[in-house]
Ligand binder design. Structure first.
Ligand code: C2E
Ligand code: CA
Ligand code: CA
Length: 857
C-alpha cells in the first residue's frame, strides 16, 4: 500500500546535503575572491616596484646624461685650454684676431657645438675675451653668469696641474646651464713660453634650453626631460635637484611607469576574471539556491504528503478498527480465498477455519443461499451490489451483516465487505417493538391492537364464527395505586396482564390501552355461551388476590363485549361498542360483563350531552335546592331537613339527582356541584332556628378525594354557619375501599364540629361493624325496609334490631321513606327516634320549608 518513500532521516539528510553544497560553493567563491584580491594587490605592488625601479633608473640616466654632457663640455674646454696657441694668444697676450676672426676659438664653438658662451678670465678675474652666441662681446663672465666664479676658477687652476677641467651647473636666465672651466696651459708645447703667475681660465657655457634638455633626455631614453614647469610639476616624481649658485634647479621628466602598463594590461584581465568568477559564482549560487529551495519545497511537500498519508492511514486504520466491516474474497466457485483480520474479531471464527470453504456454508440471505443470489443477479463488473445476510457467530448467536460486493476485475470471483448490522437490526426491532407494545406490561399497545384487529377483520369473521372484542376495565384498582404507591400498582397491572394472557389461546390478543383498560380480541368462539364462559374465567382470575409486599390486594373487573360482524365490521365501531357495553357492565354493579346491545349507544350519547349541559348548569345557576323535613317520631316536631339537589334543565325541565349525580361523579363535576350544595344549604339554614340542622349528602367519590375536610371548613368559615347545625350523610361505600383513610377523614370532619350520619343503612354488606368503628352520630335506615314494613314481620324485626343497635351505640336512628301513617305508628312502636318521608313532608323549596318550620314551632 505504501510506495517507497525516503524515510524522514533520508530527507533531512538530503536537505542538509543541499545546505552543505551551498556552503562549500560559497567557500570556494570566497577563496577565489581572496585569491583575486591577493593577485590584484601583488600586481599593484609589482607595478609600483617596477615603477619605482624605472623611476630610479631614469634618475640614473638623467644624472648620467648631465654628467656626460658636462664631461663632454669639460673635455672640450680642456682640449682648447691645453693648447699652446690658445695659451699664447689668450693668456700670454690677447690676440682677438687669432681667436675670433680666424675662428680658432670663436663663433664656431657656438655654431658647431652650441656653446652659448665662452670666456677667458685672467688672473685678476677680468674677462678679456668673451664670445656670446657666436659674437664677440665685452662682458664680465661673473656678471653674465651671476656667479662669482672664484671657486670654479680655483678648481680649474688646480685641475690644470693634473690635466683636468672642472665643470658645474649654474642657473642662467632661470634655466640650467653647464659651465666647464680649464686653466689655459701651454699644453706641453715647448714653443710657447710660460708666463709666470696664475693662468687665465677658459670657460665654456652650454645653456640647456627646453629643446636641448628634452633631446638630452631622449638620448638616454628619458622622455620629457624639463625644468619643472610649475609648483605642481615640481612636487611630482621623478625629479632631480641640481644645486646652483642661488638655490636649486629642479629637473622633471616623464616617468616611464612600466607598472602602470602592467596594471593596465593585467588588471582588466584580472578584473574580468574576477567579474567572471563573481558572475559564475552568482549563477551557480543562484542555481544552487533555487535547487535548494526547490529541494526544500519538495521536501516540505514530501513531508506534507507523508503527513497526509500518515493521517489518512491512521484514519483508515481507526475506521477499519472501529468499523465492524470485514473484507472477503471468493473465487469463481464461491469458495473463500481471503478474509480480513476483522473477520475473526467480529464473527468469533478463525480465518483459517473458513478459507477454502464455500461462502454458502458461512452466510445465508433471507432470499436463499448467497451463491444462488449471485447466480440469479449476476452483478456486472464495476457495479456494486448489496445483500443482507446472516450467519452463526462463534458464540453460537446469529448475527446479521450487510454484504457489499463487486465482481473481481478479470476473474470469476467476487470481493467485498461485510458490515455487521446485528445491533442496528436489533435496535430497529426494539424500536418497532416499543412502538407496538406497552412499555410497562410488554403487552401490545393500541397501535399493535389496531393492526391486529384490522388483520382479523379482513379475514371476514362470520356470525357463526365471530370476532369477539372484550373491553376490560379494572374495578377498585385506583385505591391500590393511591394506597400502596405506583410501583405496587404497576406490579398489579403486570400480574393482571399475565393472568389475562393465561385465559386466552394462542392467536388471540391482549392489549393494554392505558391505565387499567385492556382490550382482548378473541376468535374461534361459536356461541354466546362460550364467550360468557371466558368472561367468567377472566373475572375469576382477576378477583383472585394479588400479593403485593405482604398485602393481599383485591380488585375486580368489568367487561364489555362487542362482536363482529353482528355489532359492526369496522375496528373503530367495535372498539366504541365494546366500551359502551363496558360502561353498562359498570353501571350494572361491576364485576360483571355486558354484551353490546343496540340502544346502549343512544344512552351513551344522551349522557354525553347531559354532561355538557351539567357544566353549563353549574355555571348558569340552573341548580336548585329542596329541603325535606326530618321529624322526631314522638312529638312530630321538625328536627331539621335534608338538602336535596335538583336541576332545572332549560329543555328537559326539572331533573332528579339520580339522573345527574352519577354523571357528576364520573366526570368530576361532583366537587363543584357539592360545593354549591354545601354553601347554599348553609346559607339557607342560617335563617333557621338554632335547633334545626341541615343535612347534606356527600358522594363517596368526593369523600375519597381527600380535600373534603378543607372544603367543608372553607364553606363553614365563608358562611359563618355553626358546624353543630350541619350534618353530612355518607354511604358505607365510603369505608369500603379505604377504611383507614375514611376514618381519618371522618375524624377530621368531626373535629370541625359537624355531625356524621350513615345513609342508606342496610343496603350494604357489613354496615354493623362499620357503625361501631367509625365516629357516626346517626344512621338512616334505607327506605327499602319501609316498603315491606306493613306486611313483613321480618322487616319490622330488622328495623327493631337496628333501632336497638343505634340506641346501644348512642346513634340517632332515622327511618327514611315513610309514606304512610301506619309506617309512622310502627316506627313509634319500635321507638325509632326520627323519620323522613312523603307522608311527613315532601322535599320542598327553601321558602316552603321556612314556612313549615314556622308552622311547626
Ligand atoms: P337519599 O339520600 O336517600 O335521599 C332521599 C331520597 O328519597 C330523595 O330522593 C327523596 O325525595 C326520596 N324520598 C323521601 N321520602 C320518600 C318517600 O316517602 N318515598 C319515596 N319513594 N322516596 C322518598 P331524591 O331527592 O330524588 O334524591 C335521590 C338521591 O339523590 C338521594 O338519596 C341522594 O342519595 C342523592 N342526592 C340528592 N341530593 C344530593 C346532593 O345534594 N348531593 C349528593 N351527593 N347526593 C344527592
Ligand atoms: Ca340522604
Ligand atoms: Ca337515603
Amino acid at each position: 500500500m505504501l510506495t517507497a518513500l525516503p524515510s524522514p532521516g533520508e530527507s533531512a539528510f538530503s536537505a542538509a546535503n543541499s545546505f552543505r553544497a551551498r556552503r562549500s560553493l560559497l567557500w570556494i567563491s570566497a577563496l577565489l575572491l581572496t585569491l583575486f584580491v591577493f593577485a590584484s594587490v601583488a600586481l599593484i605592488n609589482i607595478a609600483r616596484s617596477q615603477n619605482q625601479a624605472a623611476s630610479e633608473q631614469s634618475l640614473f640616466y638623467v644624472k648620467k646624461a648631465l654628467d656626460n654632457r658636462q664631461k663632454r663640455l669639460r673635455a672640450s674646454v680642456l682640449d682648447y685650454a691645453f693648447w699652446g696657441d690658445a695659451y699664447r694668444n689668450l693668456h700670454a697676450r690677447l690676440d682677438l684676431d687669432w681667436a675670433y676672426t680666424r675662428q680658432n676659438l670663436g663663433p664656431t664653438l657656438f655654431d658647431d657645438f652650441g656653446y652659448e658662451a665662452l670666456f677667458v678670465v685672467d688672473a685678476q678675474g677680468r674677462t678679456p675675451y668673451a664670445v656670446i652666441d657666436g659674437k664677440l662681446q665685452q662682458v664680465d663672465a661673473a656678471a653674465w653668469l651671476h656667479d662669482d666664479l672664484g671657486e670654479l676658477l680655483a678648481a680649474a687652476r688646480d685641475g690644470a696641474e693634473v690635466g683636468e677641467g672642472v665643470s658645474r651647473v649654474v642657473r642662467l636666465n632661470g634655466r640650467p646651464a653647464l659651465v666647464a672651466a680649464a686653466a689655459l696651459t701651454t699644453g706641453g708645447d715647448t714653443r710657447v713660453a710660460e708666463v709666470p703667475g696664475p693662468a687665465s681660465v677658459l670657460l665654456f657655457v652650454d645653456a640647456l634650453n627646453d629643446d636641448e634638455l628634452r633631446t638630452l633626455g631622449e638620448d638616454y631614453g628619458i622622455a620629457g626631460l624639463r625644468l619643472a614647469r610649475n609648483e605642481a610639476d615640481a612636487r611630482t616624481q621623478p625629479s632631480l635637484t641640481l644645486p646652483v649658485q642661488d638655490g636649486d634647479l629642479l629637473l622633471r621628466w616623464d616617468a616611464s611607469e612600466p607598472g602602470h602598463y602592467l596594471i593596465s594590461l593585467v588588471l582588466p584581465l584580472l578584473v574580468a576574471a574576477g567579474l567572471m568568477i563573481v558572475g559564475l559564482t552568482l549563477v551557480v549560487l543562484r542555481k544552487a539556491l533555487l535547487a535548494a529551495r526547490e529541494m526544500e519545497r519538495n521536501y516540505a511537500s514530501l513531508q506534507a504528503g507523508r503527513a497526509a498519508l500518515a493521517a489518512s492511514e491512521e484514519r483508515f486504520r481507526q475506521v477499519a478498527e472501529a468499523a465492524s466491516d470485514w473484507i472477503w474474497e471468493i473465487d469463481g466457485e464461491y469458495r473463500l480465498t481471503y478474509l480480513s483480520e476483522r473477520f475473526e474479531e467480529v464473527s468469533g471464527h478463525t480465518c483459517q477455519a473458513w478459507l477454502g470453504r464455500p461462502f454458502d456454508d458461512l452466510l445465508s440471505s433471507a432470499a436463499g443461499s448467497v451463491s444462488a443470489w449471485l447466480d440469479g443477479h449476476k452483478p456486472r463488473p464495476g457495479s456494486r451490489s448489496v445483500l443482507q445476510c446472516s450467519y452463526v457467530a462463534g458464540d453460537g448467536l446469529e448475527r446479521a451483516c450487510c454484504l457489499s460486493l463487486r465482481r473481481i476485475a478479470g476473474a470469476a470471483g467476487y470481493r467485498g465487505t461485510a458490515a455487521d448490522i446485528t445491533e442496528e437490526i436489533q435496535a430497529r426491532e426494539r424500536i418497532e417493538h416499543l412502538s407496538q407494545h406497552d412499555a410497562l406490561t410488554g403487552l401490545p399497545n393500541r397501535n399493535r391492537m389496531q393492526e391486529f384487529l384490522d388483520g382479523k377483520l379482513q379475514a371476514s369473521p362470520t356470525r357463526e364464527h365471530p370476532l369477539v372484542m372484550l373491553s376490560v376495565d379494572l374495578d377498585r384498582f385506583k385505591p391500590v395505586n393511591d394506597a400502596l404507591g405506583h410501583a405496587a400498582g404497576d406490579r398489579v397491572l403486570n400480574e393482571v396482564s399475565a393472568r389475562l394472557r393465561q385465559c386466552l389461546r394462542e392467536g388471540d390478543l391482549v392489549a393494554r390501552l392505558g391505565g387499567d383498560e385492556f382490550t382482548l380480541i378473541v376468535t374461534g368462539m361459536s356461541s354466546q355461551h362460550e364467550v360468557e364462559r371466558l368472561c367468567r374465567r377472566l373475572l375469576a382470575r382477576i378477583q383472585q388476590p394479588f400479593l403485593i409486599d405482604d398485602n393481599e390486594v383485591f380488585i375486580g373487573a368489568s367487561i364489555g363485549i362487542a362482536l363482529a360482524p353482528a355489532d359492526g365490521t369496522q375496528a373503530e365501531e367495535l372498539l366504541r361498542y365494546a366500551d359502551i357495553a363496558l360502561y353498562e357492565a359498570k353501571e350494572a354493579g361491576r364485576d360483571t360483563w355486558r354484551f353490546y346491545a343496540s340502544g346502549m349507544n343512544e344512552r351513551v350519547i344522551e349522557r354525553r350531552l347531559l354532561e355538557q349541559d351539567l357544566r353549563h348548569a353549574l355555571r348558569d345557576g340552573e341548580l336548585r335546592l329542596e329541603f325535606q323535613p326530618r321529624y322526631r317520631v314522638d312529638g312530630q316536631r321538625i328536627a331539621g331537613a335534608e338538602a336535596l339537589v335538583r336541576w332545572q334543565h332549560p329543555q328537559r325541565g326539572r331533573l332528579a339527582p339520580d339522573v345527574f349525580i352519577p354523571l357528576a361523579e364520573e366526570t368530576g363535576l361532583i366537587v363543584p356541584l357539592s360545593d354549591w350544595v354545601l354553601r347554599s344549604a348553609c346559607e339557607e339554614a342560617k335563617s333557621w332556628p338554632s335547633t334545626a340542622f341541615v343535612s347534606v349528602n356527600l358522594s363517596p367519590i368526593e369523600f375519597k378525594r381527600g380535600e373534603v375536610v378543607e372544603r367543608v371548613r372553607a364553606v363553614l368559615e365563608e358562611t359563618g354557619f355553626p358546624p353543630a347545625q350541619l350534618e353530612l350523610e355518607l354511604t358505607e361505600s365510603v369505608m369500603l375501599d379505604d377504611a383507614e383513610g375514611a376514618l381519618q377523614t371522618m375524624l377530621q370532619l368531626k373535629a370541625l364540629g359537624v355531625r356524621l350520619t350513615m345513609d342508606d343503612f342496610g343496603t350494604g354488606y357489613s354496615s354493623l361493624s362499620y357503625l361501631r368503628a367509625f365516629p357516626f352520630d346517626g344512621l338512616k335506615i334505607d327506605r327499602s325496609f319501609m316498603n315491606d314494613l306493613s306486611n313483613s314481620e321480618d322487616s319490622l324485626a330488622i328495623i327493631q334490631a337496628i333501632v336497638g343497635l343505634g340506641k346501644a351505640l348512642t346513634l340517632t336512628v332515622t327511618a327514611e321513606g315513610v309514606e304512610t301513617a301506619d309506617q309512622l305508628s310502627l316506627l313509634l312502636q319500635v321507638e325509632c327516634e326520627e323519620a323522613q318521608g312523603f307522608y311527613l313532608g315532601r322535599p320542598m323549596a327553601a321558602q316552603a320549608f321556612r314556612q313549615a318550620l314556622r308552622d311547626n314551632a
